[in-house]
Design a protein around this ligand. Structure first.
Ligand SMILES: [Zn+2]
Length: 387
């Protein structure tokens, strides 16, 4: 069987697990663990507190630092409300295209990595290859967030990570982060004729938004030099503002949904500290002077760390050598890459399939894309064997 046929067969088994982010993924992770172990990998499965979700960490080659991580997420986006012309949970092949939920984002890369495991295991590798398959990437990189401190606690220090999100095998060296929040304001309702006796939640929400917009301007002056991002600075968007019931009622509740997309480390903390200062020292004291029960809470909807482009990037240099593609790009979508970069690794995003097919009905990946991925991984194998 060719590596490509093996990859297709493995992909079929992966697709049959409907690992939508809201559902457990343990059965899929156990399946992948068995396959990797049968190929000679040392595998550890990290279950979360619920027991229904798990991350997989596998290694082939020597123990020690300096390994190469092949990283993929095991969860997929839902198919509900999508018009599929075939069963999304069974692999359908039409000519060179393989259809099914997750084929492109991103079980195709995982299948190719697993298909390569016997080849990695058959040779004396100078550096370890690691397999890192996580849960809940699509809902805020929850699995990778749990795994990173567990790897650090074990003293595992790989040097390079290739995150196989669909980039049509182009090298991606950067993407912004994405942080989403909902701020909720609780005031004190009252009659519109006596504003001083109530706490107007909408007005405090507006002061919060006003400060956010000032910070958005300040962020423009903090933009890093020579960044490939467009725009180069960290952006802020207020997406939804709601509150109140009628003209003559002091609103007791208000909500602000907002996001920021950091282009560099530090900006998200800067904004959050400034807002916390406003809330603690300005808004809350004023609100509580009228009503001790007044409150402002912030819910973190998701915080995806950005992948910051680096002048020196060993991962980019390696993948350039493997693919022969000298370009490097940025993308407007988030990945787990920034979390690995935060561990001190060099990281690129590079994987088979196009983001244009991700999250869509009739999602597919092409066999030539999978072959290109296998070619890259065979190149990696050769580079890890060569003296
Ligand atoms: Zn993905």
């Amino acid at each position: 069987m060719t590596d490509l046929d093996a990859t297709e067969s493995i992909l079929g088994a992966l697709i049959a697990h409907p690992t939508v982010s809201a559902e457990p993924n343990v059965a899929l992770i156990e399946h992948m663990a068995e396959r990797l172990e049968a190929s000679g990998a040392r595998v550890e499965v990290f279950r979360d507190a619920s027991g229904g979700k798990a991350n997989l960490w596998g290694t082939i080659g020597p123990e020690g630092d300096g390994g190469i991580v092949l990283s993929g997420h095991s969860d997929v986006v839902p198919v509900a409300d999508q018009d599929w012309s075939m069963d999304p949970w069974a692999l359908t092949r039409r000519d060179d295209l393989l259809y099914g939920r997750g084929t492109c984002d991103m079980k195709g890369f995982i299948a190719a990595s697993i298909a390569m495991a016997p080849h990695f295991a058959a040779q004396e590798l100078r550096r370890p290859v690691h397999f890192c398959f996580t849960h809940d990437e699509e809902v805020g990189c929850l699995g990778a967030r749990q795994l990173v401190p567990q790897l650090e606690a074990r003293g595992i220090r790989p040097s390079i990570a290739i995150v196989g999100e669909p980039t049509t095998m182009q090298i991606i060296e950067g993407h912004k982060g994405c942080c989403e929040y909902t701020a909720r304001f609780t005031g004190l309702e009252g009659h519109g004729s006596a504003p001083d006796r109530g706490v107007n939640a909408v007005l405090y929400a507006v002061r919060y938004v006003t400060r956010l917009m000032e910070l958005a301007e300040e962020l423009k002056h903090r933009a890093p030099r020579d960044t490939p991002f467009d725009p180069p600075w960290t952006t802020v968007n207020v997406g939804r503002l709601s509150g109140g019931v009628a003209h003559n009622v002091i609103p007791g509740k208000a909500e602000v949904e907002w996001e920021m997309r950091p282009s560099q480390y530090g900006d998200a903390e800067f904004v959050k500290e400034q807002l916390a200062h406003l809330v603690e020292h300005d808004l809350l004291p004023a609100m509580r002077a009228v009503s001790p029960w007044a409150d402002i809470t912030t819910e973190v909807i998701g915080e995806v760390v950005g992948l910051e482009p680096m002048t020196d990037n060993a991962a980019r240099d390696l993948v350039r050598e493997l693919t022969g593609d000298m370009d490097a790009h940025t993308v407007p979508f988030g990945t787990e890459a920034g979390l690995f970069q935060g561990m001190g690794m060099s990281v690129v995003v590079c994987g088979p399939g196009s983001i244009a097919q991700a999250h869509k009905p009739d999602e597919y990946i092409s066999r030539p894309q999978l072959q290109a991925c296998l070619d890259m991984l065979h190149g990696l194998r050769r580079s890890l064997v060569a003296a």
